[in-house]
Design a protein around this ligand. Structure first.
Ligand code: RB5
Length: 144
């Protein structure tokens, strides 16, 4: 499995923690920055990770900002993206089962890093259920 990961300055510490958590599990991770605490604009990071995912260069994306809100709004502007802002394991799992989410969004300033790791694990170990959920996902993309 290959993951594209990115964060703005508000999420850079959590990005490092999640990246290391995934690397320790043998998951391939491509890091699109940012790499320091200097202020950057989250739409720039969201765009490169989102395009990497929709172009099928990675299986999933993980995007992190201070709240997870701005970076999820930005990622969802890219056609083909289903970015889910998750604050707990249940949402991490269900956004894969029901929404076929292809990008997980997290907020460094609003959740602990251990919770973020468990949300990430739930997200990456769940599969899309298809069936009635497929028609809903199709309708989402019909709105694009
Ligand atoms: C950056 O200060 C902050 O606005 C950003 O990380 C995020 O929380 C936006 O939604």
């Amino acid at each position: 499995m290959k993951i594209a990961i990115g964060a703005d300055h508000g999420g850079v510490h959590m990005k490092e923690a999640i990246k290391n958590h995934l690397l320790a599990q043998g998951v391939e991770v491509e890091d699109f920055g940012t790499y320091g605490t200097e202020s950057v604009d989250y739409p720039d990071i969201a765009q490169v990770v989102a395009r990497n995912v929709v172009d099928k260069k990675s299986d999933f994306g993980i995007l992190i900002c201070g709240t997870g809100i701005g970076i999820s709004i930005a990622a969802n502007k890219i056609k083909g993206v289903r970015a889910a802002l998750c604050t707990n394991e249940y949402c991490g799992r269900i956004c894969r089962h029901h929404n076929d989410a292809n990008i997980l969004c997290l907020g460094e300033r609003v959740m602990g890093v251990e919770v973020a790791k468990s949300v990430t694990d739930a997200f990456l170990s769940a599969d899309f259920d298809g069936g009635r959920h497929q028609q809903r996902v199709d309708k989402i993309h019909g709105l694009e």
